[in-house]
Design a protein. Structure first.
Length: 260
């Protein structure tokens, strides 16, 4: 199972759009079994896939779980979605209460998500686990980076986002002290459009030394899909972003699986 954290400390860069569209393409086009983890207290991914069942436990509950109890509660945290091939660990707004101070005081078990992922790998339940991270470095994002094998950084090509990349890559580097296998797959430029400034920013990113994927073009269809609660592969597969996300996933799949 490949476990990928989709993260950027800046909001509004397309993390959730990337998560839901990649998950849907993997499930529909490649018949892959996908687990989506919503690590953002805004709960947009959870709402997109139909919300959490009233009886479902959430990621916040999991992060309060003792490590020894994970084997016994895997089913408690996984909800089915309405999209075939995709299950989910939902979020709720109580994630806001789980800041890094609670990790430091052991009120939150930062490695418990990694433990759950390990159990799922042993059970061969899923082919992919995608974690939609919050736009902040908190307990949930720390848990995601500890659990993940790989990181994708969606980035909007503006000056603010480019300036924030140094901080983002530093946080990933810091997390390698706990998770030495963590690998940056690359930056994914999103909401791209024809503009001298955008092209210049993309060139600067490509010259930064960081791996960079081909961009995802901007389209109103991404906003439309949030109202329809249908990924682009269903709501607008021929849109610019729909075509680009399929190309991106094709490259992601060809990138191979982790060893083991």
């Amino acid at each position: 199972m490949r476990t990928i954290a989709i993260i950027n400390l800046k909001g509004g860069v397309g993390k959730t759009a990337t998560t839901v569209n990649v998950a849907a393409i993997l499930a529909k086009d490649y018949k892959q079994r996908v687990l989506v983890v919503d690590a953002d207290s805004q709960c947009n991914t959870t709402e997109f896939f139909g919300g959490a069942d009233e009886m479902s436990s959430t990621l916040a509950d999991l992060l309060r779980e003792t490590r020894d109890g994970v084997n016994d509660v895997v089913e408690t945290y996984i909800s089915q979605t309405s999209f075939p091939g995709i299950d989910m660990i939902p979020a709720d707004d109580s994630l806001m209460d789980l800041d890094l101070t609670k990790v430091e005081t052991n009120s939150v078990e930062a490695t418990v998500l990694r433990d759950l992922v390990s159990v799922l790998e042993e059970q061969d339940r899923y082919d992919w686990c995608l974690v939609d991270c919050p736009p902040a470095f908190n307990a949930a994002s720390a848990a995601a980076l500890i659990a993940a094998d790989e990181v994708i950084i969606p980035i909007k090509l503006d000056a603010f986002s480019l300036r924030g990349m140094a901080n983002m890559t530093q946080q990933i580097s810091n997390m390698r002290k706990i998770n030495p296998n963590l690998k940056l797959l690359g930056c994914l430029p999103t909401m791209w459009y024809t503009s001298p400034q955008v092209k210049e920013a993309e060139e600067a990113l490509q010259k930064s030394g960081l791996p960079v994927f081909d961009h995802i073009r901007r389209t109103d269809k991404v906003d439309d899909m949030t109202f329809a609660q249908e990924p682009l592969i269903i709501s607008s597969p021929r849109s610019a972003a729909g075509v680009d996300y399929r190309r991106f996933v094709r490259r992601l799949v060809k990138g191979g699986r982790k060893n083991g």
